[in-house]
Ligand binder design. Sequence first.
Ligand code: SF4
Length: 363
Amino acid sequence: MTKSGLTIATTLRQPAELVAHGLAPAAALADLEKVAARYAIAVTPQIAGLIDPGDPTDPIARQFIPAADELVSGPGERADPIGDHAHSPVAGIVHRYPDRVLFKLVHVCAVYCRFCFRREMVGPGRDSALSEPAYQSALDYIRARKEIWEVILTGGDPLMLSPRRLGEIMADLAAIGHVRVIRLHTRVPVADPARISDQMVAALKVEGAVTWVALHANHASELTGKARAACARLIDAGIPMVSQSVLLRGVNDNPADLEALMRSFVECRIKPYYLHHGDLAPGTAHLRTTLAHGQQLMRSLRGRVSGLCQPDYVLDIPGGHGKSPVGPNYLAADHAQEREYQAETRYRVSDYCGDVHLYPPDQ
Ligand code: SF4
């Protein structure tokens, strides 16, 4: 049931459904149809139930209900903001760092986040899953490279697969001797906690490799009783969890909300791992903060909560140069090139190889 008292039985995917359930204003329908023609929409009953339709600043609505702002592409925004394509040797694999690969099995998610960095690649209109030959080629790629220690199943959301299929994939990966860690990135425990069934938990446990789950959540209210119970099922089965969040304007870009989110993770036995600076995905400028504001928040968090509650604040450098920590101690203003770039100062940021890049990059 939503906070306005309406019962929602199925995932909402059309702007008209959002309007009918009071989750979007009727006056916005024409614009939202244009957004829907470009980017996928999905709001599960669990997520719809968290939204207060009477609150125009609702932090859950900002993450999942489309907005006309998405039709405007800001400076520097790009279809592939973190350079997946440039590092994809075979379909389904992104190999950016020597010891690990991303393995993108599906292009669908339980919910579609309005700030998604892969928003041009995910959604029901895309190929829903890797074909069997492509899957086998991706496995061959991993088998042939002994330096690959960790395989990260990511999105779309790997927990959209059936437990049976996921179990097969986990077994295939664990059978590769040098693959010691399999990490899954997911929003399912908060968006559709019932999917974390006994069968799903069993599918994730595999002989020969250790499984980690990284939970994506951005506001403490996403960690409902059902979501906490779903995470507990995973953790009680021996699967350690970490968190990843995106710093989002109007969602968690203030000390109190960020602190509550990190405390909630730790209370759920989930170690805060990453706080991502918003990627330059098209039509997401209204949800991004500045790096300076993110650093300020990290300083504030450091002073308010224990080290257990501290994530790494990271920037995925546009162009596929990887993640760099950009917390207060890692970033310097480039006075030689400093200039106003919309609302953002220009910075020099080092990647893991020590190479220096400008952020925001040149157009
Ligand atoms: S769940 Fe992940 S991949 Fe899917 S829309 Fe959200 S951010 Fe994008």
